[in-house]
Design a protein around this ligand. Structure first.
Ligand code: KG4
Ligand code: ZN
Length: 333
């Protein structure tokens, strides 16, 4: 089955073609970083406008690189939510137009399920059941994946997403946008033990996260310091990164222990972070758990992961009507 995936939930216009749900024939990602960088974060109205300009060329390129035409498609999978409504609408409208013209079956895919399916595009794929830590710019949550297409949310952030904290702290430190890669680069020469930022603990023993406290702590530290040298910026970046990673690993281990997990999937944009990959690898290794992490380019937003999730839904007989629409707060579990 040849499936076209379309992803426009945030600030990447992406299209990909998959063969058999696992073989990536093409994966095109048009980044909007240049549009949003001056603002230090995604501006929804500008994102929708850029999606409108890019959606047709990006789909065309994905088809051309895969060497397939619209008539060769057995299905179209499009991100239905969660995400920015104006951005989601562009992808959904394009998918529905193609489906209507060519009579192609379509399915709506949950963006977070897409992130989890990125793990199925690697050589070593996860067996069910597994625990998934989805950590991105808009979401930070733990899901217990029992069987295909069945998820239970066991924990989530109570305020900011981890990626959002990376982006905001990078802005505070004048490191530019997107913040995650910028913090990771800046932290390379820094001392991760230089500043002790607070870690959030849940008084109700919940397997949740909170990143607003550390964001405020960094903001206070920067204000108190007045001006920071490059070396001091590196220390703040490294200390912040280490603290966020510590919190992510701690709650994942807590959830895994309580659930009797043997396998963990780490995915989402922040999963591209080397320190997080290493620390979770170590924590899982110590417990005899298998850790599966997609390669960095599959962790950040792309349409191959959407096509992979959509392929399974199409194979299971799922079809979306042409009245399907964007759902900005679509839940996974
Ligand atoms: O999954 P994603 O591409 O988009 C959303 O669904 O949100 O995640 C984007 C987020 C941004 O906040 C970005 O700063 C963060 O992932 N990110 C990183 C790294 N690369 C991207 N965070 C930490 N370290 C990285 N290397
Ligand atoms: Zn994402």
């Amino acid at each position: 089955m040849i499936v076209l995936g379309i992803e426009t939930s945030c600030d990447e216009t992406a299209a990909a073609v998959l063969d058999g749900g696992r073989k990536v024939l093409s994966s095109v990602v048009a980044s909007q970083d240049d549009v949003h960088a001056p603002y230090g974060g995604v501006v929804p109205e500008l994102a929708s406008r850029r999606h409108l300009e890019m959606i047709v060329p990006v789909i065309r390129r994905a088809l051309a690189e895969a060497g397939v035409g619209l008539r060769d498609l057995d299905g179209i999978a499009v991100t239905q939510g969660p995400g920015l409504v104006g951005s989601l609408l562009v992808g959904c409208s394009a998918a529905k137009a193609l489906a209507w013209v060519h009579g192609t079956p379509i399915v709506g895919v949950n963006h977070l399920e897409g992130h989890i399916y990125a793990a199925f595009l690697e050589e070593r794929v996860p067996d069910f059941p597994f625990l998934a830590l989805v950590v991105s710019g808009g979401h930070t949550a733990l899901y217990a994946a029992e069987t295909a297409r069945r998820y239970a949310r066991v924990g989530q952030t109570r305020d900011d997403a981890a990626g959002e904290a990376f982006d905001k702290v990078a802005k505070l430190l004048g490191l530019g946008y997107p913040g995650g890669p910028a913090i990771e680069r800046a932290s390379l020469g820094g001392d991760a033990t230089a500043i002790r930022f607070p870690t959030a603990t849940m008084s109700d023993r919940a397997m949740d996260f909170s990143f607003s406290g550390i964001k405020t702590a960094v903001s206070l530290h920067v204000r108190r310091a007045g001006s920071l040298s490059a070396a001091q910026v590196s220390d703040v970046a490294a200390s912040f990164q280490a603290t966020v990673v510590k919190m992510l690993v701690k709650q994942t281990v807590l959830a895994g222990t309580r659930l009797g997990t043997r396998r963990v999937v780490l995915t989402g944009g922040v999963a591209a972070n080397t320190h997080l990959r290493q620390m979770l690898e170590r924590a899982c290794g110590e417990r005899g758990w298998e850790l599966l992490v997609p390669s960095p380019r599959l962790c950040t937003d792309n349409a191959a992961m959407i096509a992979a999730a959509g392929n399974d839904r199409l194979e299971a007989g799922e079809r979306a009507p042409l009245t399907m629409n964007a759902i900005p707060d679509l839940a996974l579990a």
